[in-house]
Design a binder for this molecule. Structure first.
Ligand code: UDP
Ligand code: MG
Length: 317
């Protein structure tokens, strides 16, 4: 295929159940769309036969390319690997493999791009998650809105159409702790949101367990905010102030009244409280130090084992 106008990048991890549905929908889209499209499927070290299905497809259909990672690197890195092999002239469309991001919306995203926007992201109108998860998401957005130095739009995911230029910029950002939707907001350019109804997963189950979600959220916060470190200083100042006040209070009591301070329990309480506070503070510092640690090692973000496409195998022959 000549250089396509659009790449669709899709990270997949153990998605063999939904794979045929995904391909069906993509084929329909490509058959009916005016745009020339090449799909980049990224296998994030699946343990089922997702990779096999992918390779088979890429070998028989030149509109698909399969990128195989050497192991499971996680959604964000799989997506980054996909970004690194794009070849589209105009834009890159990012969707999840479970059809929660309807591929058919490409045309409406594309028309926004034609209006001059370089980032068009999907905004989830109806979330189908459990109410507790929804509450946690809301809390997360409140926090990040207040403390982060990016303007992260609410209820957005990685579902977006990015101009080729924006993807090129993202590819130059070497950070290890990747929170792509934050990085996308950070790069600037003209951005806009497009509301859509987010359906439930077509097949299979979510690959994001609670712990993974939590560490993802922490990445969002610690990669885009210095507020937590600043809090530590304020907290330290606050407790010094408190201690001084308490000291003055005991002195006054000692010299101007006959009362003896029954200080022992109070003391214990203060010690325990502030040891706890100190541990939390060290933990917060640790989050930043960890990110520095990983960055300084300078390891590659992901390892691409193989790239399979019909053209390539024909070239090889
Ligand atoms: N995914 C991935 N690597 C992982 C976990 C997930 O490539 O380690 C892919 C997954 O196959 C899907 C997308 O990322 O295409 C979003 O994952 P999922 O649907 O499980 O997340 P949710 O929609 O529940 O947040
Ligand atoms: Mg999903």
């Amino acid at each position: 295929m000549l250089v396509p106008q659009i790449n669709i990048v899709i990270p997949l991890y153990n998605e063999s159940e939904v794979f045929h549905l995904l391909v069906e929908r993509l084929n329909q889209l490509m058959d009916s769309s005016e745009l020339s499209i090449e799909v980049i499927l990224v296998d994030d070290g699946s343990k089922d036969n997702t990779a096999l299905q992918m390779v088979g497809l890429a070998q028989s259909d030149s509109r698909y390319k399969a990128v195989l990672l050497s192991r499971n690197f996680g959604h964000q890195l799989a997506l980054s690997a996909g970004y690194s092999v794009v070849n589209a002239s105009e834009a890159v469309f990012v969707i999840d493999g479970d059809l929660q991001d309807p591929p058919e919306l490409l045309d409406s995203f594309y028309s926004k791009l034609k209006e001059g926007y370089e980032v068009v992201y999907g905004v989830r109108r109806g979330r189908k998650e459990h109410w507790m998860l929804k509450a946690a998401f809301s809390l997360f957005y409140v926090i990040i809105k207040r403390i982060a130095y990016i303007d992260l739009p609410r209820d957005t995911g990685d579902f977006a159409l990015l101009s080729r230029r924006v993807v090129d910029v993202l590819n130059t950002m070497p950070e290890q702790s990747r929170y792509l939707r934050g990085m996308r907001a950070w790069v600037g350019f003209k951005q806009t949101g497009l509301p859509y109804e987010r359906p439930a997963r077509a097949e299979g189950e979510t690959k994001y367990r609670l712990r993974k979600r939590l560490s993802f959220a922490l990445n969002g916060i610690f990669s885009f905010s210095e507020a937590p470190v600043k809090w530590i200083s304020s907290l330290g100042m606050g407790s010094i102030g408190l201690a001084v006040l308490y000291f003055i209070y005991t002195l006054i009591k000692r010299f101007f009244t006959d009362e003896v301070q029954p200080g022992f329990t109070g003391l214990l309480f203060v010690i325990i409280l502030f040891s706890g506070v100190q541990l939390v503070c060290i933990g917060i510092l640790g989050e930043y130090v960890l990110r520095i640690f990983f960055q300084v090692k300078g390891r590659p973000l992901y390892i691409i084992k193989d790239v399979v496409s019909k053209n390539k195998s024909e070239e090889a022959r």
